[in-house]
Write a protein that binds this ligand. Structure first.
Ligand code: CP
Length: 313
């Protein structure tokens, strides 16, 4: 069993059946993380390379751990000390990795479309770990896994995604994935941070956060990208926090058992108060754990796992 498509570049064109397969596989592989010896032989002999042109804590580490738990040979190409600084192009870097018999490349890049270019020119399978404002498919998959584990389903859930939608690859991938799975997605943020492409795609936009959060099953907060604040897209951090921050009063408008999610890294006290980030409704740390499970599932399904994936070593 596996995923037929060569690469995973986004969730826009991924089917409900494919998403269900990934989530079911992740759900069963997650158990490996609770073992004393976190190692199965499933991907023995497979080579996985992470190629990150942008910083990452969660995504990069979880892909590397996922590969190691499944006995793949993992290698991390540090772009800052690679031949990229001597001017090597992305395509040539890809050819070089192909020449070293790499099976799967995980790429994060500031340019939207960089993973697609690499996928087109490489023999290895390519997984997008975040490209510009475009997509971050594995983040949305781990978010959906977390929702399914807590709420038992995705279809019919009201999911409010709040913050800088325009610059968020997390919001885009979640919009496509959750819509495919039948959730009711509401996007909320200042008008200057609502993108046209998702409005055109029929996304439900609500500018008032109280309205967006009302009766929600899930409130997903996005990081305020402080590095973009010089563009003046909203008047001040204080005002942003007042109108689009998640606090106790706002959360009380959502369903009683609503999940609080955040892809991380968080700006505590800006888009989310610390008490809410650490509250019983918060599943932020579980999202991180599910990130490893989802990435194990993808490496298994795309790396041609050869035996029962959860079998003991
Ligand atoms: N959520 C996420 O992509 O985090 P990192 O940037 O730490 O990988």
């Amino acid at each position: 069993m596996g995923i037929k498509r060569k690469d995973l570049l986004g969730l826009q064109n991924v089917t409900k059946q494919e998403i269900e397969l990934i989530l079911q596989t992740a759900d069963s592989l997650k158990e490996i993380m609770n073992r004393d010896i976190k190692k199965v032989p499933t991907l023995r002999g497979r080579t996985v390379v992470t190629l990150f042109y942008e910083p990452s804590t969660r995504t990069r580490t979880s892909f590397e751990l996922a590969g190691k738990f499944m006995s793949a040979d993992t290698s991390s190409l540090s772009v800052a000390t690679s031949s990229v600084v001597k001017g090597e192009t992305l395509i040539d870097t890809g050819k070089t990795l192909d020449a070293m018999a790499t099976d799967i490349v995980i790429i994060r890049h500031s340019a939207a479309g960089a993973p697609a270019l690499l996928a087109k020119t490489m023999k290895a399978r390519v997984i997008n770990a975040g490209d510009g404002y475009h997509e971050h498919p594995t983040q949305a998959l781990l978010d959906m896994l977390t929702m399914k584990q807590h709420l038992g389903k995705i279809e019919g859930l009201k999911v409010a995604i709040v913050g800088d939608i325009a610059h968020s690859r997390v919001a885009r991938s979640n919009f496509w994935g959750l819509t495919t799975m039948g959730a009711d997605v509401v996007l909320c943020g200042p008008p200057t941070l609502i993108p046209r492409d998702l409005t055109k795609a029929g996304a439900k936009i609500v500018l008032n956060m109280d309205e967006a959060v009302k009766d929600a099953d899930v409130v997903m907060m996005l990081r305020v990208q402080l590095e973009r604040q010089q563009k003046g897209l909203f008047p001040s951090i204080r005002e942003y926090s007042q109108f689009y921050g998640l606090n106790k009063e706002r959360l009380s408008l959502a369903k009683a058992n609503a999940l609080v999610m955040h892809p991380g890294p968080m700006n505590r006290g800006i888009e989310i108060t610390s008490d809410i980030a650490d509250s019983v409704q918060s599943v932020i740390e579980e999202q991180v754990t599910n990130g490893v499970a989802v990435r194990m599932a993808l490496l298994y399904l795309m790396g041609g796992g050869v035996s029962d994936a959860s079998a003991s070593a």
